[in-house]
Write a protein that binds this ligand. Structure first.
Ligand code: CTP
Ligand code: MG
Length: 231
């Protein structure tokens, strides 16, 4: 049984500081989004991708998809789905657009273009066992809770993990979690938080230290360095 994959790619990239979606920026000669899609499609466990997209990005996204399908001669399908105002809204739209037979879904940020096919494979295998999971790595820094510039707490680092994507879920409970989140007007930055909110367990899968989310211009230079030194 293969997995369906949703890629939220409908942001605007404000923190990147440009005037268009950061996922269209070039990274070593090809758009960030193309790196993400190529890695995901190399995973044999994924045969359907739903790409969340704003209307003004449809044409450039179509071009990227066309290029990938031409190069790889794959029978996998990539569907463009209208994104929402927030990432949470985008994923919600993606869940509504999944084919009826979808049982397992992975969700992976378009901005995490360094995730390897191995990581997708690990998550796709694990989601058959666990109804909710996240790729994550142990936190290395000491984390402080701060209010108005003053540290108010230092949580024990042994229990802190940095959440990444892919995150994987069984479709039915994830849909229920999203619907409840909307009803209660919860605003979250990942899907696992909605799953946790309805009391369902979320399993940790080993993530990758290099799986960074391209957010600022500096991240682009770091990503370039990582890719140039890979393989
Ligand atoms: N995303 C989305 N729909 C939105 C907002 C974000 O699908 N309405 C996607 C982004 O395209 C990205 C992922 O969610 O792949 C993670 O979001 P983030 O890194 O915050 O990207 P942006 O929202 O584009 O960046 P910023 O917050 O700096 O504007
Ligand atoms: Mg954002």
């Amino acid at each position: 049984m293969t997995c369906h994959l949703l890629i939220p790619a409908a942001g605007s990239g404000k923190r990147m500081g440009g005037d268009r979606n950061k996922l269209l920026l070039p990274l070593l000669g090809k758009p960030i989004l193309q790196w993400t899609l190529e890695a995901a499609l190399k995973s044999e466990s994924i045969d359907w991708v739903g790409l969340l997209c704003q209307p003004h990005d449809r044409e450039p996204f179509k071009q990227i998809i066309g290029q990938i399908l031409e190069q790889s001669n794959t029978s996998k399908s990539i569907a463009l789905i209208q994104g929402g105002e927030t990432r949470q809204d985008s994923v919600y739209n993606g869940l509504q657009a999944l084919p009826d037979h979808a049982i397992y879904v992975l969700i992976h940020d378009g901005a995490r273009c360094l995730a390897t096919p191995d990581l997708f494979d690990r998550c796709a295998e694990a989601v058959k066992i666990y109804s909710g999971l996240i790729a994550a790595v142990p936190v290395k820094d000491t984390i402080k809770i701060v209010e108005n510039g003053i540290v108010i707490d230092t949580p024990n680092r042994d229990r802190l993990w940095a959440a990444q994507t892919p995150q994987g879920f069984h479709v039915a409970p994830l849909k229920a979690a999203h619907i409840k989140g909307r009803t209660q007007q919860l605003s979250v930055t990942d899907d696992a938080a909605l799953f946790e909110h309805i009391g369902l367990p979320v399993q940790i899968v080993d993530g990758e230290e290099t799986n960074l989310k391209i957010t600022t211009p500096q991240d682009l230079s770091i990503a370039e360095f990582i890719l140039q030194n890979r393989y």
